[in-house]
Design a protein around this ligand. Structure first.
Ligand SMILES: [Zn+2]
Length: 135
């Protein structure tokens, strides 16, 4: 909490495949923030970052909620709709009974919670991603 007392935000880059948003890259986004809110301009969203290979697209943003619940605020939902975010994430950082906790969740632009999977199919024997198509 000492390192992130204010809200912090990054862009989420990836692709939509088989109806699922796959996040590959988190990239910092210029912003000003307080403990309760983030201010950034949609003009600061870098729509070009993942455009070079034609595969990644800007899916949305992920931001922190210092000492707050891991649920979108009314402002989060309004901003997601206004900026055309496909999905967005919230990382809650909080201290309870002298212990630090985190919670992570993802939402659709209307504030509906999304199922979240983290990882890739790996061949654990070789320590490399599996050659089989993960389905
Ligand atoms: Zn928020």
């Amino acid at each position: 909490m000492r390192k992130f007392p204010r809200e912090y935000i990054e862009e989420m880059w990836g692709e939509i495949q088989d109806g699922m948003a796959r996040v590959y890259v988190l990239q910092p986004l210029m912003h000003k923030s307080t403990r309760m809110e983030i201010c950034y301009s949609a003009d600061d969203l870098d729509y070009e970052f993942g455009g070079n290979d034609g595969k990644m697209m800007l899916l949305g943003t992920i931001h922190t909620h210092p000492n707050a619940w891991c649920v979108p605020s009314v402002c989060d939902i309004e901003t997601a709709i206004k900026d055309g975010e496909i999905c967005y994430g919230i990382l809650s950082l909080f201290t309870w009974k002298h212990r630090k906790f985190t919670a992570l969740g993802f939402w659709g632009r209307n504030g509906n919670p999304l199922q979240t999977f983290i990882g890739e199919k790996f061949d654990t024997r070789a320590g490399k991603p599996s050659r089989r198509n993960p389905q």
